[in-house]
Write a protein that binds this ligand. Structure first.
Ligand code: ZN
Length: 68
């Protein structure tokens, strides 16, 4: 079983602020509870949001704010 799940529903994400590449949501099951964590990564250069978030919306807000 894969530990990380790529969620392709990424229509609300802006492209990568670093390289302009395609960004995607990553969903990571918590090791300590039945919840999930979300973060966003770039498919091309590999940068990620600096932390994980409890909701996709919170992760997307931070990611989109980094775009200049
Ligand atoms: Zn990138």
């Amino acid at each position: 079983m894969s530990r990380m799940i790529r969620n392709m529903n990424d229509d609300d994400l802006k492209s990568c602020p670093c390289c302009g590449g395609k960004a995607f949501f990553v969903v990571e099951p918590s090791a300590y509870s039945n919840s999930f964590f979300y973060f966003i990564a770039c498919d091309d250069c590999g940068i990620e949001t600096p932390r994980t978030f409890r909701t996709k919306e919170a992760a997307a807000r931070v990611w989109n704010k980094r775009v200049s």
